[in-house]
Design a protein around this ligand. Structure first.
Ligand code: ADP
Ligand code: MG
Length: 727
């Protein structure tokens, strides 16, 4: 084993789990560092409290005087929690979170100072953010961006900083972040779903989209990760031969959690509790060193913020435990990748989950309405959903023989399928009394019983109904949930709006009863959305063929998938629902294409460097040893040496061939890069995808062959088995 590897592994062997002292009961810790309702009641005047609550629940504006009061109280509260600074916390389009810290501290006359924080500083700030991606928006409009307080996501203290969740927009109003369009989409779904929910209950005044994400990740010891330039620069391994033992024994899934990992998790969970992130479950995942963490679901905006915050906290906490956390969707070839299931539903202010069947046939009709409309929305816009989860790293999962495929389909289980099949045959127009009774008692009325013992689970479906929610499983572990949540909620909002229109026409013009009208429209929707429903094996070859017949898209790469974002239909949809303007949609598209290009460019450079600086020199050193050996054998055996040196000669030749292949492929890849770098936008992304990326597996193949040939003592890169099986 090489010295670098030996030293790194020795470090790992000597690691001890950090002792994590319980800081109190979980329930008492929960939200202690959040300026939540409880803290607001303590710190705000009655007027200010009501004003903030109205802003949260009714979307009303907070006037400047009240904002001053809120700011002053927030500052006092934050200082009591040890904060010295504040920051507007936002989610730029890079996918990470951004913050710029300012001290509360301000100087006053006489060389003294005070702690100050006023309404202006709370409500709006102008970060010097010229280097965040903006897709040309700010160049076009020569406008600067500013951040603005989002009162619906509570401020929190992290470390010694008061963090205020904000949106980030250009002065001309265009969104430059992930949160602003999400908030608009959530407003759209609120309006559309409330209007439809009123068919069933007049008292409904607001509908919230809910989100429960499940975050998968890998933990790798930091000493091992540090010795791999590919992990450090790209978040994944670009080469490495698969180990003799991978995940074939399935002995990691739900297995006992190693002590050091457990201590990391406890530490992390404690931090999450303080920050009000309601983490609930933790377990090992399928791959070695892969884990999952999931919270209790929350209102979608809050859940998105909490996921972004969590990823940030995970990186910080993992460092304390000498781990590097990998969010990449596919850090190791041949080993399961990571995703982030997005469990999604709609819930009313009257406490009803609209995707959960109720106790009466009417409640079940409500369930069916939202259920079928969601399926229809996904069916009509499957390509847009695929686009919303596209990224360079997620391409390794979607459509690359791994869960789930790049084809979007909906799984609902055999029993709900048969309910929809029966509803499809409902008579058009007015229903006879017998038919109505039959529908209510025998079809719609039976739904709760069906769901109770519905244990159907299909792990290969990208969008599955799981009892009282849909689970979008195709989201990447590295991505911000805001993207897919914005798209899904916009689509369903648009669909519900159409539905309402169509039902109203039947009631007003055709004199149908409300439930008759609903049945009539649902019947049409069920027929129209049949092609998106798929109950079989989503990974299978057969599905690819079948999906093609059904006219479903199968966009395997990001540059291809993203095109759907800027289609005429997509732009008018986003505009109609007031979620994004054409400029915003196009800017986002440009940013995502650029990000794709940059990520592949970085991977390409890193791979070239490792191949040239690590692999080839090591191969030459080993080859030299072999050559020395052969020369020695020749001295001893004279002309007969070849018989004694068959293995060595063979190796020498093979090594030469691999080196030559690597060299020529790296050269060709660099040539392609030079050409691609003259392009931009779609053309650059296409070139990186089709001309440059294919070299990765070729180059890797030869490097991995060399790894198996070369003396273990010389090999400089931590091997798969060492990374994956040291705790
Ligand atoms: P798994 O998919 O791992 O088998 P579950 O199906 O129980 O687990 O999903 C658990 C996740 O679903 C949790 O993150 C939970 O918060 C979320 N969830 C449950 N109900 C809802 C809901 N109504 N809306 C959104 N998310 C929900
Ligand atoms: Mg799940």
């Amino acid at each position: 084993m090489s010295k670098i590897r030996f030293n790194a592994l020795k470090e790992v062997l000597n690691r001890k789990p950090l002792e994590i002292k319980a800081a109190g009961k979980r329930s008492e810790l929960f939200g202690a560092n959040v300026f939540n309702e409880y803290a607001m009641r303590q710190y705000l005047t009655k007027d200010a409290y009501r004003s903030v609550q109205d802003a949260i629940f009714k979307g009303s504006k907070i006037d400047r005087k009240i904002a001053d009061q809120v700011a002053a109280s927030m500052k006092d509260w934050a200082i009591s929690k040890g904060a010295t600074h504040y920051t507007h916390w936002f989610q730029p389009l890079t996918g990470a979170t951004a913050e710029k810290h300012d001290a509360f501290f301000e100087t006053i006359e006489g060389g003294r100072s005070v702690e100050k924080f006023d309404g202006g500083q709370l409500v709006q700030q102008e970060p010097d953010a010229s280097s965040f991606p903006n897709g040309g928006i700010r160049n076009t409009f020569e406008a600067r961006g500013y951040t603005a307080w989002d009162p619906t996501s509570a401020a929190f203290v992290y470390g010694t900083t008061l963090c205020i969740p904000t949106v980030f927009v250009a002065y001309t109003g265009e969104a430059l972040d992930n949160k602003a369009p999400l908030l608009r989409a959530l407003q759209a779904i609120d309006h559309a779903a409330t209007a439809v929910a009123k068919y069933f209950d007049k008292n409904v005044a607001k509908v919230n989209a809910t989100l429960g994400w499940e975050q998968e990740y890998f933990l790798i010891d930091s000493a091992l990760a540090a010795s791999r330039p590919d992990i450090m620069l790209t978040g994944r391994t670009l080469l490495g031969h698969s180990p003799a033992k991978g995940q074939q024994l399935d002995d990691h899934y739900f297995g006992s959690i190693p002590d050091r990992v457990m201590s990391f998790m406890r530490d992390l969970e404690q931090e999450c509790m303080l920050l009000g992130i309601p983490v609930k479950t933790r377990h090992n995942e399928v791959a070695p060193n892969q884990f999952e963490l999931a919270p209790i679901f929350e209102e979608a905006n809050l859940a998105v913020d909490h996921n972004s915050l969590l990823m940030d906290v995970m990186e910080k906490v993992s460092k304390r435990h000498n781990y590097k956390v990998l969010f990449h969707e596919k850090p190791f070839a041949g080993i399961n990748g990571s995703g982030k299931h997005n469990n999604w539903s709609l819930s009313t202010d009257t406490g009803v989950n609209l995707l959960s069947p109720g106790k009466t046939p009417m409640k079940n009709l409500q369930f069916l309405t939202f259920f079928v409309n969601t399926i229809k929305a996904v069916c009509d816009n499957e390509e847009l959903i695929r686009a919303s989860i596209a990224s360079a790293s997620n391409d390794h999962r979607l459509g690359a023989n791994e869960a789930p495929p790049a084809i979007i389909s909906v799984f609902i289980g055999s029993q709900l399928s048969s309910v929809l099949d029966e509803l499809e045959n409902v008579t058009k127009g007015k229903l006879s009394p017998e038919e109505k009774t039959d529908l209510k008692l025998n079809i719609v009325g039976k739904i709760p019983e069906i769901l109770l013992d519905n244990t159907d689970r299909n792990r290969t479906s990208p969008f599955a109904f799981t009892g009282n929610k849909f689970e979008l499983r195709a989201v990447g572990s590295w991505s911000n949930c805001a993207g897919p949540m914005t798209v899904l909620n916009t689509l369903v909002a648009k669909q519900l709006k159409e539905f309402k229109k169509e039902v109203d026409v039947l009631i007003e013009k055709k004199n149908l009863k409300k439930d008759e009208a609903v049945f009539n429209i649902l019947r049409e929707y069920i027929k129209a959305s049949k092609r998106i429903r798929f109950e079989g094996d989503g990974y299978g070859e057969a599905w690819q063929k079948e999906a093609k017949k059904r006219g479903l898209s199968n966009n395997k790469t990001t540059p291809k998938a993203l095109k759907a974002q800027v289609s005429k239909e997509a732009i008018s949809l986003f505009e109609e629902m007031d979620v994004m303007s054409k400029v915003e949609v196009e800017a986002r598209h440009e940013i995502e294409l650029d990000e794709y290009t940059l990520r592949i460019q970085i991977e390409s450079r890193t791979l070239g460097d490792i191949a040239r600086n690590h692999v080839i020199p090591t191969a030459i050193r080993y080859q030299n040893t072999l050559i020395e050996n052969v020369k020695g054998l020749k001295e001893i055996f004279g002309n007969n040496f070849e018989k004694q040196a068959t293995e060595q000669l063979d190796l020498i030749e093979k090594i030469s061939n691999h080196i030559a292949e690597i060299n020529s492929k790296v050269n060709k890849m660099i040539d392609e890069r030079k050409k691609a770098n003259k392009l931009n936008g779609q053309k650059a992304a296409d070139a990186y995808c089709t001309k440059i990326k294919p070299y990765f597996s070729d180059i890797r193949y030869h490097c991995d062959k060399l790894e198996m040939m070369i003396d273990d003592e010389l090999w400089p890169l931590i091997k798969y088995r060492e990374m994956l099986f040291s705790k």
